[in-house]
Design a binder for this molecule. Sequence first.
Ligand code: SF4
Length: 82
Amino acid sequence: MLSVARQGARMPDEARIEVVEDRCQGHSRCVAIAPDLFDCDELGNVVLLGDGRVSPEALERARLAVLNCPERALVLREGGGA
Ligand code: SF4
């Protein structure tokens, strides 16, 4: 599979991931996809690692985690100008 970067897509200046905590049901799919961005608490619910900023290197994993969250509990805000 080609990465987004290899396809030549423009990378945003800054991306941030947010958790809608009351939606998380603890499936841990996000942790399996991006263990550098997410962890689980003692109940299995997602915990953000860091302050939510997503590095360009982690952006593709963050996008996959959002797409694979069955509860739509993850929101990725991709910054950047026009
Ligand atoms: S995949 Fe979604 S519902 Fe499951 S732990 Fe991660 S944020 Fe929560």
